[in-house]
Design a protein around this ligand. Structure first.
Ligand code: BES
Ligand code: MN
Ligand code: MN
Length: 462
């Protein structure tokens, strides 16, 4: 039997299994879900074993475990390392979901007329890494596995992959591979397949601004003592100028400027600005002057407040002059910015701009390096050929704005090319309510992964 007919025969079960995985609320950020994150690791372990992997192991870390498994059919054949993450983002705010986030359902949408799977983690990343386990199962079951394969599926991607670094450094030999496949990004569209070749890095900060030593009556003290929320807002507003250029001294020092030709090539990707605005229901886009939307996302760094709080936010009105205000601020970085350096520049600047009426604390949560991967490696060529085969169209290289911090470490420490072989769409509502993943994307992904193995083996002369 061919991989394609095995897929056709088993697709209902492949969907049911993904639904079972999506029912586990493996939210790594929230201690309340600790047991569920571990349950998801066990689910991954069992599915690797069932698909035919050897040496399947739950590798404990100080945080959540990494699931490893492999199938070495012949040491002389090329080896593919698959990376993915079984943890998911918190589902909050729950009330904005049309159906409960951990009770997956199939629904048709305008973009997914064949149906999409709605659940937290459907696209990021359960639906995407599970395609690899199913492609592996199909290749095993049809005696059609042309490469060795190793799986490393982690549970802390959404909280910064802190323990994965150490695991990779300690297991370089075990993880040795000719190519690394990661399905955790998206394509331009079903009619416009693409392969991500750039990811931004990140520096995630939290700030605390303190005024008086206690909350005050805003009549008795208002106007005479600093309000830390007002001060914080002013400080944040000053972090970008009227051209949306970040004002932190030294911030752009290491930013790689692309040549006019490179920029032109980037902007040749299909992109319809009015459709983009329409889908988001916005009148106008907003960003750094002098750059297109594609460039603002792919090759320019940025700074965003991810959360801000303080004072009274309960029912009704309370006249209070709060003692403290807080914000979570993240910066997306591009080559060659270093997140430790950027975190330090931020801290120094943020403290320098604080008026004497407040005190400021700055803490770095986590960060990660940006990455650019080759668009001409053997792995890339195999991915290109596989997509051309299943989509009927040659994919184009794109640069994404999101971050997968571990990619840069893979490049540095494992020395193999990571291929960002994502099959989602930017409308899949990652990290948002109503996250979903197209059934067609899931199935074509499985088929394309199997095709990748075939092309990669052929390109390696096997
Ligand atoms: N899968 C995403 C990254 C992504 C999304 C890349 C879309 C390209 C396009 C990943 O799970 C993620 O959310 N990463 C975080 C990184 C962070 C928690 C260190 C991100 O980008 O915010
Ligand atoms: Mn992800
Ligand atoms: Mn994510």
């Amino acid at each position: 039997m061919s991989v394609a007919s095995y897929l056709e025969k088993n697709k209902a079960r492949f969907l049911q299994e993904l639904f079972d995985l999506l029912r586990i609320p493996s939210v790594s950020a929230d201690p309340k879900f600790k047991g569920d994150v571990v349950a998801a690791a066990n689910f991954v372990k069992n599915s690797l074993e069932k698909a035919g992997a050897d040496r399947v192991e739950i590798c404990e870390t100080p945080g959540f475990p990494i699931v490893y498994g492999e199938k070495i059919i012949d040491p002389k054949l090329p080896t593919v390392l698959v990376y993915g993450h079984y943890d998911v983002q918190p589902a909050d705010p729950y009330e904005l979901w049309d159906s409960p986030p951990f009770e997956p359902v199939l629904k048709k949408t305008a973009i997914h007329p064949e149906g999409a799977i709605f659940a937290r983690g459907a696209a990021d990343d359960k639906g995407q890494f599970y395609m690899h386990i199913k492609a592996f199962e199909a290749m095993m079951a049809t005696s059609d596995l042309p490469c060795n394969v190793k799986f490393m599926i982690e549970g802390e991607e959404e909280i910064g992959s802190d323990n994965l670094d150490k695991f990779v450094l300690a297991n370089k030999e075990r993880l040795r591979a000719d190519v690394i496949l990661i399905s955790d990004t998206h394509m331009i569209g079903m009619q416009d397949p693409s392969i991500t070749v750039g990811l931004r890095g990140m520096a995630y900060m939290e700030v605390e601004v303190t005024g008086s030593n206690r909350d005050l009556h805003s009549g008795t003290y208002g106007g005479a003592v600093a309000n830390p929320i007002n001060v914080l807002c002013k400080m944040i507003a000053s972090l970008k100028d009227e051209n949306e250029h970040i004002t932190i001294p030294g911030f752009y020092e290491k930013v790689q400027e692309l040549s006019a030709a490179q920029r032109q090539r980037l902007n040749e990707a299909p992109f319809d600005l009015s459709e983009y605005k329409g889908k988001l229901d916005i009148q106008e886009v907003h960003g750094e002057k002098g750059y297109t939307t594609i460039e603002r996302i792919g090759i320019r760094p940025t700074l965003d407040v991810n959360g801000i709080w303080g004072g009274y936010t309960g029912e009704g009105a309370k006249t209070v002059l709060p003692s403290k205000a807080f914000a979570k601020i993240s910066m997306r970085l591009v080559p060659d910015q270093d997140w430790h350096e950027i975190a330090t520049l931020f801290e120094t600047h943020f403290k320098a701009i604080a008026p004497a009426s407040v005190t400021v604390k700055v803490k770095a949560h986590h960060g990660g390096a940006p990455a650019v991967v080759s668009d001409s490696s053997l792995g890339y060529q195999a991915a290109e050929a596989a997509m051309e085969e299943t989509f009927g169209k040659r994919p184009i290289p794109t640069r994404e704005g999101g971050s997968i911090p571990i990619v840069a470490l893979f490049q540095k420490e494992l020395g193999s090319d990571p291929i960002l072989f994502g099959f989602g769409l930017d409308t899949d509502a990652l990290h948002s309510p109503n996250e979903h993943y197209g059934v067609k994307n899931y199935l074509i992904g499985i088929e394309t992964i199997a095709a990748f193995f075939r092309h990669f083996s052929t390109l390696n002369g096997k």
